[in-house]
Design a protein around this ligand. Structure first.
Ligand code: ZN
Length: 74
């Protein structure tokens, strides 16, 4: 059994405090309108193609954040 290395205690620089995680844990998608078009956007930086209907953009967002498994009797 190993307890690992003990961290030495010294008066050096302290590690930075725990901030917000730089890597998003989940894909938060939103739909934005651009003139006559609507497109899906994600917090990861992804953005879907411009769609003529908001419903389509919403489907794009859903497909990105939660891709459906292929083996589903297509
Ligand atoms: Zn994403």
């Amino acid at each position: 059994m190993s307890r690992g290395a003990l961290l030495p205690r010294y008066g050096g620089p302290v590690p930075p405090p725990e901030g917000p995680d730089p890597t998003p844990a989940a894909h938060t998608t939103t739909t934005v309108e651009r003139g006559a078009f609507a497109l899906a956007r994600c917090s990861c930086g992804w953005s879907g193609p411009a769609r003529r209907s908001r419903e389509r953009a919403r489907v794009d967002a859903r497909t990105h954040s939660a891709p459906e498994p292929l083996a589903s009797g297509v």
